[in-house]
Design a protein around this ligand. Structure first.
Ligand code: BG6
Length: 268
C-alpha cells in the first residue's frame, strides 16, 4: 500500500496519496463517496491510481514528442508540507513536488508545484505552478476528477451549453447543444468555460467551480474502451464520469520566470 494521509473532520473524510499528490477518497459525513475509485486500481509507487483526482501536469494528454500520457506529476512522489486543522469542520493540507534530475529529462525547467487541499463541506483543490527557471515555460494540465455516479445512464451535465469543444475521438471542433448525457464514449475538451458545471445524478447534484481555467474535459470511456483500460473492471464505465478542471487544448498557460499560475477546483 502507498503512503497516504487520512483526514477526518466534522464534515468529511479524505485520503491523499503522496504518490501523485492524489486525492483518492472524499466523502461527506453521512453521504456516499463523491469520488469514484476503481476496485482494482494499482496502489504502487510510480503508477497512477485509477479514480479520485489524478493530477495531469505539466501536460494534458499526449502532445507530440511526449511518450508519457498526462505528464509525470500523477506518478511522482510528492512531499507532505503541512496539515492544519483550521476548525472542527475544515482541514488544510499542502503537498509539494519540485523538479529533480528525473523531471528535468522530461520537462527541462525548474519548477515548484504546490497542491493545497481544503477538506470540509466542500472540497477545494488548488494547484499552483511556480516557474523557478530563468526561461519561460508553457503548461497544459488537469485535475482529472472521477465522480462516482449511481449509473451513467442517469447522468446529466449542464453548464457547458453552447460552448465550443474539441471532440478528441474525431478531432473535430463542435458546439455543445443542450445538456450532456451519455449513450456512447465521450472524450471532449470544452473551451471558453465560464460557469459552474452541474452534475445531476439520480441520487444527488454536484457542482464544480473552476478558477484559473477556461477549459474542461468531459470523459467517459463507455464499453469498448473501458474493457481495454488498465486497472478498471470491464463495466466500470457505468459507475463514473470525469469532469476535469483544466488548462487544455487552446487554454495553454505561459508561465514566466518567478511567476505562478493557480488552477483551482471547488467541488460541492
Ligand atoms: C482523459 C482523456 O482525460 O483521460 C482520455 O481525455 C483518456 O482520452 C483518459 O483515456 C484516461 O487516461 P489514462 O492515461 O489515465 O488512462
Amino acid at each position: 500500500m502507498l503512503d497516504f494521509i487520512e483526514l477526518k473532520n466534522n464534515k468529511a473524510h479524505a485520503k491523499i496519496a503522496l504518490n501523485g499528490g492524489h486525492i483518492f477518497h472524499y466523502e461527506r459525513v453521512g453521504q456516499e463517496p463523491l469520488l469514484y475509485l476503481s476496485e482494482i486500481s494499482d496502489f504502487e509507487d510510480g503508477k497512477s491510481i485509477r479514480g479520485g483526482i489524478p493530477i495531469c501536469w505539466p501536460w494534458f494528454g499526449k502532445p507530440e514528442g511526449k511518450t508519457l500520457q498526462h505528464g509525470f506529476a500523477r506518478t511522482s512522489k510528492w512531499t507532505h508540507v503541512s496539515t492544519k486543522e483550521i476548525d472542527e469542520d475544515t482541514t488544510k493540507v499542502i503537498l509539494k513536488l519540485n523538479h529533480s534530475e528525473e523531471t528535468l529529462k522530461l520537462f527541462p525547467y525548474k519548477f515548484e508545484l504546490a497542491l493545497h487541499v481544503e477538506l470540509g463541506e466542500h472540497l477545494k483543490v488548488e494547484l499552483k505552478t511556480t516557474n523557478l527557471d530563468t526561461k519561460a515555460f508553457e503548461i497544459t494540465q488537469a485535475l482529472h476528477t472521477y465522480f462516482a455516479v449511481s449509473h451513467i445512464d442517469d447522468v446529466e451535465i449542464s453548464g457547458l451549453e453552447n460552448k465550443p469543444y474539441l471532440d478528441a475521438l474525431t478531432y473535430k471542433n463542435e458546439v455543445q447543444n443542450g445538456a450532456i448525457t451519455f449513450s456512447k464514449e465521450v472524450d471532449r475538451v470544452y473551451q471558453e468555460v465560464d460557469k459552474t458545471i452541474i452534475l445531476k445524478d439520480k441520487n444527488r447534484t454536484l457542482h464544480v467551480e473552476s478558477i484559473g481555467s477556461s477549459s474542461c474535459v468531459v470523459w467517459n470511456p463507455w464499453i469498448d474502451k473501458c474493457s481495454r483500460m488498465s486497472a478498471m473492471k470491464q463495466d466500470a464505465y457505468k459507475e463514473f464520469v470525469c469532469i476535469e478542471s483544466a488548462n487544455a487544448f487552446d487554454d495553454v498557460r505561459l508561465i514566466l520566470p518567478n511567476e505562478s499560475h493557480i488552477l483551482k477546483a471547488l467541488i460541492y
